[in-house]
Design a protein around this ligand. Sequence first.
Ligand SMILES: Nc1ncnc2c1ncn2[C@@H]1O[C@H](COP(=O)(O)OP(=O)(O)OP(=O)(O)O)[C@@H](O)[C@H]1O
Length: 343
Amino acid sequence: MLDNAAKPSKPLVQVRDLQMHFPIYSGLFRRQTGAVKAVDGVTFDVMEGETLGLVGESGCGKSTCGRAILRLYDITGGEVAIDGARIGKMSQGDLRPLRPAMQMVFQDPQASLNPRMTVEAIIREPLDEHTKLTAAEKEKKVGELMDTVGLNRRFAKRYPHAFSGGQRQRIGIARALALNPKFIVCDEPIAALDVSIQAQVVNLLEDLQEQFGLTYLFISHDLSMVRHIATRIAVMYLGKVVELAPRGPLYEEPLHPYTKALLSAVPEPDPALAQTRERVVLQGDVPSPANPPKGCNFCTRCPAVMDVCRQIEPTYQEVRPGRFVACHLYESTGTADATAGHP
Ligand SMILES: Nc1ncnc2c1ncn2[C@@H]1O[C@H](COP(=O)(O)OP(=O)(O)OP(=O)(O)O)[C@@H](O)[C@H]1O
């Protein structure tokens, strides 16, 4: 297991009040009648060399958040800085030279790899687009990348369908590594794989992080898996981060009622902690991100709901060193306002 917690580091990625709203059009004239607030005011840092886990139920906005950070979308609001470069409002042209530094590994290697391209061509494509290497240099680099991710070079001329799910994910990872990135968004990279293969891919990602000093945003709905790979974890609910904490404290003592509920459904390997953990069953469904509740987004399902929660949105604030929570239960104990210091 990788433990970066002790390494002092600086933020590589800074996300501030990020918003990604998808317009809803309806009627004869296709007028905009609303918006899906998939990401609605997310703030966090990803420290150099760390793995920040981003967890939450399906549809809470994790993938949209990852893609918006990489500027695969024109974001609705907020700012993103990568290695000091403010990219939130940059044009795609200005972003181009920065693209090599930030890459993505997708959930479904089957869908994300072009079935009509050989493995060699898939891995070489970013080199074709972003470098002036000669054909021989590219061939050498592709071979090295295949070695790095544990793919046999002999299979370079084969097509993705000839590979297993785990091997296809290795192809996706090799492609993501081709331009020597600093930051990789791993969007549920093992969710589509057999359980027996998942650990191998996680181990590969950890080895690569160590070898190349990579920084990961690791998106997953699987809290027991994230516990093994993430240094810190951000919990999302309905477009917002409700809690962010280092791995140990989050699992030992979750603060936000939503985190408590999520964790109560995860088997706890530590018997002492398992005894103290109360089972929280959430009532009702997640509201639509097109029509989130007034006040706190979680108020319609929160077991600890108070009157204020239905009126006023809680402030996302540092309630203990390194622990950020958006919940009225902790407002009075807050040590900082939302703009002073960041996770
Ligand atoms: N291009 C889009 N246009 C409109 N709505 C979208 C678009 N992409 C995502 N959404 C909506 O935004 C919300 C968040 O979706 P997102 O895929 O980011 O969630 P997620 O947490 O990653 O879920 P999952 O784990 O199922 O992928 C959902 O309600 C989804 O339907």
